[in-house]
Design a protein around this ligand. Sequence first.
Ligand SMILES: NC(=O)c1ccc[n+]([C@@H]2O[C@H](COP(=O)([O-])OP(=O)(O)OC[C@H]3O[C@@H](n4cnc5c(N)ncnc54)[C@H](O)[C@@H]3O)[C@@H](O)[C@H]2O)c1
Length: 335
Amino acid sequence: MLRVLVTGGAGYIGSHTVRELQRAGYQVTVLDNLSRGHRAVAEVLSGVEFVWGDTADGELVRVLLRSRGIKAVLHFAALSLVGESVADPALYYRNNVAGGLALLEAVREAGVPYFIFSSSAAVYGEPTQIPIEEDHSLAPFNPYGATKLAFEEALRWYGEAYGMKFVALRYFNAAGADPEGLMGEDHRPETHLVPAVMEAALGRRDAVTIFGTDYPTPDGTCIRDYIHVTDLAAAHVLALKALADGHPSRVYNLGNERGASVREVVETARRVTGREIPVLEGPRRAGDPAVLVASSRRIKEELGWRPRYGDLETIIRTAWEWRLGHPRGYDSSRF
Ligand SMILES: NC(=O)c1ccc[n+]([C@@H]2O[C@H](COP(=O)([O-])OP(=O)(O)OC[C@H]3O[C@@H](n4cnc5c(N)ncnc54)[C@H](O)[C@@H]3O)[C@@H](O)[C@H]2O)c1
């Protein structure tokens, strides 16, 4: 049974992917510094080794890779708040680029052959075509997106020079929760729309603010491509298997190829939860494109990826079910 290292596995997407890896028969070691993740994740995921440490700690990573016989690294660990990255780019370059490169260096030295990277739609910047294909121009307009692109480029050059094979997955908007109810989404602060809507439905947030109602979209609010976190997680397992089967290094988008506006998300959540969900209308946020929708044709054709939980109602229902059981997020888990 292969053992893999998952950085950031105490976070939202990382923890869901650990679950999918377990289901597929992999053994998993998680490396997380808990700067944004949750210790409680270690309690709900049995059979996983959790190591609390930083990707920047090259010595620790080298020891882990060698002593555990790690065959692949899935790298989720990153800071990912756009506003925070604009206010403090140094923090983002240090953590996402320098910290990532320390990891990559240890991976190279240990001769680990496969690497999967959590990239982002933020590498594209303002889209010039919808849906966005992988060969769309790359022009991130915030430091967060720039750090993701910088790491993708490092991966490409390392791969060419040292023979390591990689897949970079450019996620659109991850949302929803484990359909079995083990894990969910709990960022602090919560800037993502779906969990913010859940908090408002529970009365734990006064209202959801809609940033901009005058976009050139049918209802004036921004359109995004929401993808269920378990579908995202499954794509990582496919990518890992493809690399092991000799598939070349590749970049893939991951979205549902369908857009939903902010108002649609709120309306769907009202229907699913049966709750009020108060809304405030605010001005646009700088740097928010009107529409971001992925083409996921490449990963469907090349790896056979098929979303199982693609419709918005299922995404919101799973998020709601987890939140109902965990009204204060992981703080209210029984651990
Ligand atoms: N959530 C989304 O919609 C989305 C979209 C596109 C890309 N991504 C990317 O996916 C990845 C996971 O996102 P998420 O929403 O699960 O975030 P998250 O904050 O829930 O998880 C990130 C985890 O990484 C850990 N971490 C951060 N820096 C670390 C370091 N230097 N060393 C060790 N651990 C560290 C944090 O403690 C946290 O547990 C990130 O790389 C993010 O940029 C997320």
